[in-house]
Design a protein around this ligand. Sequence first.
Ligand code: AKG
Ligand code: FE2
Length: 354
Amino acid sequence: MGEVDESFFQETEHRPKLSTIEAENIPLIDLSPVLTSDTSNTSLAITNLVAEIGDACRNWGFFQVINHGVPATCRENIEKASREFFLQPTEEKRKVSRDEDSPMGFYDTEHTKNVRDWKEVFDFVVENPTMLPASHEPGDMELKELVNKWPQFPTGFREACEEYARGIEKLSYKLLELIALSLGLSSKRLNSCFKDQTSSMRLNYYPVCPIHHLALGVGRHKDSGALTVLAQDDVGGLEVKRKTDGEWIQVKPTPDAYLINVGDIVQVWSNDRYESVEHRAVASSKKERFSIPFFFNPSHYVMVEPLEELTSEESPVKYKAYNWGKFNTTRNLSNFKKLNVENIQIYHFRIHDL
Ligand SMILES: O=C(O)CCC(=O)C(=O)O
Ligand SMILES: [Fe+2]
């Protein structure tokens, strides 16, 4: 990481608090009922599980899952590969640097809400290549291919990433189906939106931070996709904005669990029944931290809008339809540089005169 400069400094109101509130941890949900049967099963265990997921999505927007079916070795392999990759000298990592034309790979100057994050990342797409709009201009129909850039070292890095991605993708479909059921939809109602998925994965490395009281590992934000499945190590640092009072709550890491949050797309599909909740990661002055989010995202051509089944005269449509690919491409522009404009957000598509 380069010299400490003011681009890392959060505005006073967004700086981390020195003491965080001890609160109950966010819900921990046992997925074993869907390990042994599929989501079309109507057993009492599945009905109860669906109700738990619905409550967690409504009350927190976040939950943790255990007995999720992802083999422990998959996670161990990618965690080891990630650690070995980031602990290499910067010039080695820069061999797979991302840039505007080829946005997958290594990056250490990301900004969230125009403030630099205290982290390094490595990004890859789950389908290689992935198609996305070439530009954010609404009239431009040209597509571009996102292609992964794999480092030569550590050996086995690519295999570990690809194997883990397949395991988490399977879990993501299960979660999508459970969330659909919890909204009163059929379990497979949303699956076709992911036919040409634009899902991506990120390896996050948060180095020890000497200015942890001024900077954040990742600044406050909401995830713009459908679902995020996060593996965090045992250091901790992720904070979630509690819906009841707006306080930042630390998510205590649970061994072998994945942390799930619904993103903006689920908020729009559900017509605000489930909200995408703001979160951030504090940086530690003592320990480096690693995390791995999987961003489960639909095909670029999906028009995101409230689902017909969830709107009615009593629950009128709250969002205008938007094209996911264009939204994503516009959002990604701001990750590369400090912009003087506000980032695109779903509330720009909100219908105000209800
Ligand atoms: O590292 C974490 O705990 C959170 C990362 C995150 O929120 C993100 O990359 O979107
Ligand atoms: Fe996030």
